[in-house]
Design a protein around this ligand. Structure first.
Ligand SMILES: Cc1cc2nc3c(=O)[nH]c(=O)nc-3n(C[C@H](O)[C@H](O)[C@H](O)COP(=O)(O)OP(=O)(O)OC[C@H]3O[C@@H](n4cnc5c(N)ncnc54)[C@H](O)[C@@H]3O)c2cc1C
Length: 377
């Protein structure tokens, strides 16, 4: 019987292992940390936004047809319900009904009887041997007929920071890496507003040109701005040169003139309290010195970097793999998840790709490379 070694017990590696285990394949999962599925646990603020019902490719950084097929052939709701996780929908976002990321991780690790999961075991090197490969690790050597590299990215450092070492040793091309879905450092920044949230529209301007707008919640942080709509806008930053600004429209449901009239009347009626009845009290205090509540400008100084990013944009170039995510130069070595140059918006898109790619590779290994039917729909 063949042995598959999966390097990395994260979202894509665990799901790949789960699928292979069901068929009785020999599976060894090597995990460098002492905590498998750490990013699954951290995802969605501990609630795990595991997928989205709207999987158009415009929400990803690629329109590669092979990636589109993998993403669209995987029905996350159906898959997780089949393995015991009831899924609830919040708008287009999918979560476990338990509202707990742990439910997802536990379901993936259920029935791992024929899987050897070895934690605190960092894979250091892969060398060809016969038809398969030897994986050299901090705990010794392991032989696998198939190797799945599922080492993720250094985003937020929850999956370590040497995620690309193995693929670099194999000589695979890695595209430029950027922190994506990340908080911004801005000028001004308001320490007093740390933790305050406001519903608004955030606009991204580069050299005074409007680039994109996002409606939602902005969260103030010590040195700048965060929240889902700011993280979404952060995805665009690497693609533009120039002076970058965020403008917050705090009263999007009011026109400029309507707002001026409202504020004038409130000043007459409530004196110094005219803003306090509209906004969080700390925010109201700051806003007394802001000239235009529909265009509150923040210069973007920087992002919070890879350490605070939810994902990394960039990774192993898709030129290096075929439609089975098998490395062109190394038959039977497969790549999954965020390690690849595939990243998506906030909203479950990154976990969806991790799960879908783990599923696709497992099906490829199980069914062989010919006549592959890797859909669970
Ligand atoms: C705070 C946070 C919140 C997030 N929330 C969401 C969300 O709600 N929805 C969403 O879609 N996405 C979310 N994401 C992104 C999502 O979690 C990742 O895109 C996804 O986990 C990537 O899966 P993966 O399998 O590629 O890698 P990972 O899940 O990162 O797994 C990689 C594993 O490989 C291990 N590893 C690395 N190198 C080695 C080695 N040499 N040897 C052995 N093991 C190794 C790591 O320790 C890790 O366990 C979030 C990310 C963060 C940081």
């Amino acid at each position: 019987m063949n042995t598959t070694i999966i390097i990395g017990a994260g979202a894509s590696g665990l799901l790949c292992g789960h699928e292979l285990a069901k068929t009785g394949e020999n599976v060894i999962i090597l995990e460098q940390s002492n905590k498998s599925g750490r990013k699954i646990l951290a995802s969605g603020n501990g609630r795990c936004n595991l997928s989205n019902t709207d999987l158009q490719m415009k929400y990803y950084n690629t329109d590669d047809w092979r990636i589109a097929a993998i993403i669209n052939n995987f029905d996350a709701k159906k898959y997780f319900e089949k393995i015991g996780v009831l899924v609830r929908q919040n708008g287009k976002l999918l979560y476990p009904r338990s509202n707990q990321s742990l439910t997802v991780k536990n379901a993936l690790m259920n029935n791992y009887n024929n899987v050897a999961l070895i934690e605190n075991c960092e894979a250091l090197k892969i060398t060809k041997q016969g038809k398969g490969y030897i994986v050299t690790t901090t705990l010794g050597d392991y032989y696998g007929d198939n190797i799945v590299i599922a080492t993720g990215s250094p985003a937020s450092l929850l999956s370590g920071k040497n995620n690309y070492d193995l693929v670099k040793q194999l000589g695979l091309k890695i595209t430029k890496l950027y922190p994506s879905l990340v908080q911004l450092k801005t000028k001004p920044a308001y320490r007093s507003l740390k933790g305050v949230r406001v519903k608004c529209i955030a606009h991204l301007y580069v050299d005074k040109q409007l680039i994109e707008s996002q409606e939602g919640e902005v969260l103030f942080s010590e040195n700048g701005l965060s929240g889902i709509c700011i993280m979404q806008l952060s995805r665009l930053l690497p693609h533009y040169q120039g002076i970058k600004e965020i403008s917050l429209d705090l009263m999007p449901d009011y026109g400029q003139k309507e707002l001026a009239d409202l504020l004038q009347k409130r000043r007459q009626d409530f004196n110094d309290y005219y803003l306090a009845g509209i906004f969080n009290d700390k925010l109201a205090k700051v806003l007394e010195n802001v000239a235009n509540l529909k265009d509150w400008r923040f210069l973007i100084k920087d992002t919070y970097g890879i350490e605070k990013a939810q994902v990394i944009s960039g990774g192993v170039s898709l030129e290096e793999v075929n439609e089975n995510l098998e490395v062109n130069k190394y038959p039977n070595i497969y790549l999954t998840g965020e390690l690849l140059d595939v990243d998506g918006d906030c909203g479950g898109y990154n976990l969806h790709f991790a799960f879908a790619s783990g599923y696709h590779v497992a099906k490829t290994i199980i069914n062989g490379k010919e006549g592959l039917d890797a859909t669970n729909k």
